[in-house]
Design a protein around this ligand. Sequence first.
Ligand code: PEP
Ligand code: MG
Length: 853
Amino acid sequence: MQKNPPLDYCEVTPSAAITPSAHGWRAKCLQRLVRLDLPVPQTVALPAQTVRAIAAGHTLDTRAILAHFGATPLVSVRPSPENPDWGGPGTVLNVGMNAGRHMALVQRHGAEAADALYLRFVQSYATHVARLDPDMFDDIKPGPKALDEALRQYEREMDEPFPEDPAQQLSEVLRSMARAWEGTSARLLRQAKGAPVEAALGLVVQAMAQGIGQGLSGSGVIQFVDPVTGLPQVTGRYLGNSQGRDALKKTEAMYLTRDPRGPSLEDLSPEIFGQLAHHGAACRTRLREEMQIEFTIEDGQLSVLDAVKVQRSARAGLKIAVALAQDGIISPEEAVLRVEPRALSELLHPQVDPRGARDVFAKGIAASPGGAVGRLVFSSPAAQASAARGEPCILVRRETAPEDIRGMHSAVGVLTERGGVTSHAAVIARGLGLPCVVGASGLRLETKDKKLTAADGRVFREGDLVTLDGTTGEVLAGAADMLAPALDDSFRTLLGWADAVRDIGIRANADTPADAAQARQFEAQGIGLCRTEHMFFDEDRLVVMREMIFADTSQDRAAALARLLPMQREDFVQLFEIMAGLPVCIRLFDPPLHEFLPHSREGLRELAEALDKPLSDVTRRAEALAEFNPMLGMRGVRLGVVLPEIYAMQAQAIFEATVEIAKKGAPVVPEIMIPLVSARREVELVKTHIDAVAAAVRVKTGVQFDYKLGVMVETPRAALRAGEIAQHAAFLSFGTNDLTQMTYGLSRDDAGRFMNTYVQQGVFPEDPFHILDVDGVGELLHIGAERGRHTRKDLTLSICGEHGGNPESIAFCRRQGFDYVSCSPFRVPLARLAAAHLALADRVDNRKFGTKS
Ligand code: PEP
Ligand code: MG
C-alpha cells in the first residue's frame, strides 16, 4: 500500500475556495445555492486532484470526512465533473447505513420505510461498489424479509458480511466512483461529448435529507419553464416517501401545481410549494439561468439537494435566453452568445417532434433541414397533381434536374437516391426551405413502377404516407408527430441584438419573388445572387427558350429573345419592388443550353411539334448541343461571348426594370454579375456589350441610372488573375460551389457517392462542398481578394456559394475583410447570429490582449 499524502477536501461554505475546474460544476453550483441561503444539506467537496489520488490507490481519511456530518452520519455521494454534459458515475445514496442506524430509523419512521432505505443502499453498493451482478437480487420477494435476504445474498457472493463501518463504506464508494471515471468506456463516452482527454472528476459528499417521515415527506424535482417551448411553466414531479429521482420514474408521482388530473404538492402544502417557487426565482436571478431543482421534504422541512441547468430544446434555449435578457438578468450580448447559430435551423422549419416514435426505413445525407409529412410521389407531374388536390407530397427522384423545379415547388419534401450536399436537389431545396434528404443509396428506387424498396425489404408505393427528416437525414414510415416553426418575437428580438454587434453583411441567394420575400422576412441586407436561369423553366417560357436555342439565324434568335424580354423585365421589377432599395445582384445566364432541352424521346417529339420542325432536326440539334463535360463546357460567360444576344436581352430587361422602378420613386442600383469567368478579356467583351445596352436604354427612356458590373470567381484562374480582372469589375463574388469543384477536380453532383468513405478514412476532414476547404479553396479566396483589392481599393468582396451560410466560412470571410456573405434565405438567420458571435468573440479577445477594436 502506498503511503498516504494528506488528501485535500473542503466543506461547501459561502467563502470556501471552490472552483469548477478544481471541484467540478456540481460543487460550485452547490456553493452558489448556499450563498443564496437555500436550505442545502451539509456538503463536503473533494477536488479532482484528491479523486485522482484515490483512483491511484491512495486512501482518504473518511472518518474525518464523516465527522462533518454528526454522530450518526448518513450521506450521499455525487459526481462533479467540470462540465455537467460529461456525465460521471451514478449517485450512491444512504452511505453509512448499518444495523444500528437501521434500528434508529425503524423507531422513527417504521420498519417498512427503514427497510426500504437499507435495501436500496445494499443493492446499489453491491452493484456499483462490489461489482456484483444486479440480477442477483431479482428473486428476492418484496416484504419484511427482503432486507435480510439481500444481506445474506451479499455475504454469500462476497464471502464476507456487508460492511457495517460507515467510514469503510464511504472509502469503498469513493474508490469505486473514482475508478469508474478512469475506465476506458467512460472515457470514450465523455470524449464523444467533447470532454478533453485530461477531464477530471470531483465528488461531493452530502448529508442525506431523508424523503421519508411521519409528517409531510417525499422528494421531487421542479423547474419553471417548459423544456420544449421554453415558456414559463412549472413542470416536474413529487412523490411522497421517496428519495433521489424516484418521483420521475414512478407513475404514482403527483403533480406540483394544482392539476385537474390528480393531487398536487401545491394542494398538499401551499407553503412548501411557495418556498420552492421562491428558491426557483432566486436561482434564476442570481445564477442567471433556468435551473431544475432537486428537493426533499422531511417531516415538513424542505431541503434543496441540487440544481442543474434545465435540459432544453433549441427553441426553448432561445426563449429562455431572450427572457433572461429582457428581465435584465443577462445582457443582450450574452443572450446572443447563449444561442448556438446552428440550433436556429430547428426554429425555422417544422420539426419532427424528438419525443415521438421513429420508424426509420432509410437514411441519407441531411441536405436541407426541417421535417415534413406527405404521400410519396415519383415524378414532378405527380407532385403538381398532388398539390392541386391539396395533398402534401414527398417527391422521390433518383436525382433532380432543372425540369423538376415545379415538382419541387409543389412538394413538401424531397428525397433523392443520389447526390451530395451541393447537388441540384440540395441547393434548390435549401433555397425553397424544403426539407430534403439526398444520397439515400440504401433504397432501391423503381420510378416506372412507382416503388421504393428499403434496405430491410419493406416496400413503399405511390400514395404511402412517410415523414422526411431533413435535419437528421432520416426517412420514417407513416406520419410522425411534428413541432411548428418558432419564428416569434423572441426570435426576432435575438436577431435584432445580433445585428447590432455584427460587422459583416449578410445577403440572400434568391431567384424568385417568393425567395426574395423570404429573404426580406429574415432581414437579409439584399440579394447576393439571383440565378436568372431558373426564371426560364416556367412552361410558357420554356417553349420560347427552346425556340431561341433552336434558332438557325441570329435574327430568329433575336425574335425569340424579344419575346422573353418583357417576361424577364417583369421578373426584375418584382424583385426590385420586394427588395425596396436594397442591393440586388443579378447573375447572367449560366447553365449549358442543353439543360433546357427534353431528355426523353417523347419530350423531343412534343418539342418537334411545338417548333413545327421534323423530329430528326430536333434530335440532331439536341445531340449537337450535348457535351462530354457540360460543367466545363459552353456555359457561363462562354455563352455570353459566343451568343452575346442572350446577355444583351438580360441586361436590357434589368435596365428597363431599373428605369420603371426609378419612375415610381424608388431608385435601385442593380448589380450585374458575370459567371464562370477565367480571363480578363471575357469581362471586357461582356462589359462592352452591357455598357452599350445601358447607353441605349438611357437614350430611349431619357432616364439616368447607375449599375455595377462584377465578376463571379468560380475558376481557379479567375482567382489567380483577380488583379487584372478587377480592372473591369466593381465587385468579385466567390462562387465556392464551382470553385470547390474545379479546385479539387471533383464533380459536385457525383461526389456524394464516395464522400462518406473519403471523410471516414480521413482523406478529407469534411465534405468540402459543405464546409469550406480553408487550406486549398480558401487560399484561392485569399489570393483573389488580395490581388483584386491591390488593383481596386474599393472592390466589394463576397462569397455566394453554399458555404456562405456556414459559421466557419463566415469566420474565414470576415478575417479576409469580405464585405458580405450570401446564402439561401433560410440560412440568413443562422448567418446573422454566427457573424455576431464572431464579433463578440473578437471583443473578448481584444479585452484580453488589451488591443483597441
Ligand atoms: C457557385 O458555383 O458557387 C454558385 C453560387 O453558382 P451555382 O451554384 O449556380 O453554380
Ligand atoms: Mg457556379
